[in-house]
Design a protein around this ligand. Structure first.
Ligand SMILES: Cc1cc2nc3c(=O)[nH]c(=O)nc-3n(C[C@H](O)[C@H](O)[C@H](O)COP(=O)(O)OP(=O)(O)OC[C@H]3O[C@@H](n4cnc5c(N)ncnc54)[C@H](O)[C@@H]3O)c2cc1C
Length: 427
């Protein structure tokens, strides 16, 4: 990989997401060599992917070059590399661009979509975990309307305008709300020849409430918001299959649709070498102790979504969200320096800052530790927090300007089929 060996210990980080970047920043001016490997050359702000999928934001505004985040830091190296395997015996990572030895290894690879072994759903539905996938979904939505215009058969036309989103966590709720706003504000103007009142947005949830990780108050209000926007919320319904045409469920309910978005689960994105049952448990996450040390190792760590940080007080691990990932990355930065200096490490202690989700214009729900609120103020808080955590001044400005423009004009101008998406359907 052409990275010089120095007298400093080498810390290899796999993954430039929230956890990996927070860690690399902590270590940036210390007497260590940091090598960050990622299969993308940019950091993705995943919480706003749904806005890319629905034409509200351009993809560039929620991505940021990793090299730029860590520029000017001595002893920092980035390599665009897909890590294929970890050899714990030889302390090496094996990648598509070669092998690299490490003194300390940090796995910060995040998570991937969990289809729970359902092959028909995996083959025929779309996911929204990355920018390319969000662009696929954006194209698919728009291509469906273009195709619907050409159909004389009512069933075929309706199937193209019928959207099924599986999973009513923040991703499903936010996407359903955005689609409902497009139906109301944009489709009638863009497609005057189409009866866009027939567009159906179905949000299907196996549990008995939406946003089940949030308070009952937030769930109830979010559901009211969704229903007010015309979204069909189906609770206690489990999707069992999708052949590219019909969604089947555990009840008599079926949906004829050309679009299923799977937002019903994620699992840890483990890497071969550390992916066996010995290391991995609940949610395919790598088990660590309170110092993020992978079970059985003193020099291998896992942080963020991929890590199951198990302690007595926290037997189930932390939620797969940005805050635990950022906080773990920062804490591990301190702990690695302590470890190198032979000082005792400090156990990770998560500070829960609350959670939030938006349903649409002026509609959001916020749960803080001592205070829960919903509606317009919550929506402003949601926007402020998301702008604050976006990386890069330019990105913040672009997102802010886009939001103001969209708010004033009731518009989403990035509704472009730049890269047509053909689903690889096994019909
Ligand atoms: C659509 C969506 C909406 C979300 N909304 C919210 C929200 O509103 N609030 C919230 O708190 N959280 C939200 N999350 C969750 C949040 O984004 C994650 O919890 C967070 O990104 C986890 O950070 P991480 O650093 O562990 O992993 P990630 O941010 O996923 O980063 C992992 C990195 O590892 C790289 N990588 C993976 N495998 C390899 C490999 N083999 N080789 C090289 N590189 C690799 C990836 O390219 C990526 O850059 C959302 C997630 C999604 C998908």
């Amino acid at each position: 990989m052409n990275i010089p060996r120095t007298s400093f210990p080498r810390i290899v980080i796999i993954g430039g997401g929230f956890a990996g970047i927070a860690l690399a920043k902590k270590l940036s001016r210390q007497e260590v060599q940091v090598v960050l490997l990622d299969k993308h050359n940019y950091h993705t702000f995943q919480p706003l992917l749904y806005q890319v999928s629905t034409g509200g934001l351009e993809p560039d505004s929620i991505a940021y070059p990793i090299r730029k985040i860590l520029k000017n830091f001595p002893n920092f190296h980035f390599r665009l590399a897909n890590v294929k395997r970890i050899s714990t015996k030889s302390n090496k990572v094996k990648t598509n661009i070669g092998d690299l030895k490490f003194d300390y290894l940090v796995i910060a690879t995040g998570s991937k979509t969990n289809f729970f072994g359902n092959e028909s759903i995996a083959a025929n539905s779309v996911e929204m975990k990355s920018i390319p996938q969000s662009l696929n979904l954006r194209s698919l939505i728009l291509e469906n309307f273009e195709e619907a215009l050409l159909k004389s058969d009512l069933n075929e036309r309706n199937a193209l305008m019928n959207f099924v989103i599986v999973g009513a966590g923040p991703t499903g709720v936010e996407l359903a709300g955005a689609l409902a706003e497009i139906k109301k504000g944009i489709l009638p103007k863009d497609y005057p020849d189409l009866d866009t009142r027939s567009v159906q947005i179905n949000l299907v949830q196996s549990g008995d409430r939406v946003l089940k990780e949030m308070s009952e108050q937030a769930s109830k209000k979010a559901e009211d918001f969704l229903e007010g926007l015309g979204v069909n919320v189906w609770k206690n319904v489990r999707v069992t299959g999708y052949d590219g045409k019909i969604v089947t469920t555990n009840s008599d309910l079926t949906f004829e649709t050309a679009t299923v978005v799977w937002a019903a689960g994620v699992k840890g994105a483990t890497i071969r070498g550390l992916d066996s049952e010995k290391f991995v448990s609940r949610g395919n996450r790598i088990n660590t102790n309170a110092y993020n040390q992978v079970t059985g190792f003193t020099n291998i760590f896992a942080v963020g979504d991929v890590a199951n940080v198990i302690t007595e007080e926290n037997p189930l691990g932390y939620p797969m969200m940005a805050q635990p990932a950022i906080q773990q990355g920062k804490q591990l930065g301190d702990n690695l320096l302590r470890l190198i200096e032979n000082k005792p490490m400090i156990p990770f202690d998560y500070k829960d800052k609350g959670s939030m989700a938006t349903v649409g214009r002026n509609k959001a729900v916020v749960d803080l530790k001592h205070f829960k609120f919903q509606g317009v103020f919550a929506w402003f808080v949601w926007m402020y927090i998301h702008l604050f955590f976006l990386i890069g001044f330019r990105n913040r400005m672009i997102v802010f300007i886009n939001w103001v423009y969209n708010y004033v004009r009731f518009d989403r101008e990035a509704r472009l089929i730049i890269r047509p998406y053909k689903k690889k359907l096994k019909r």
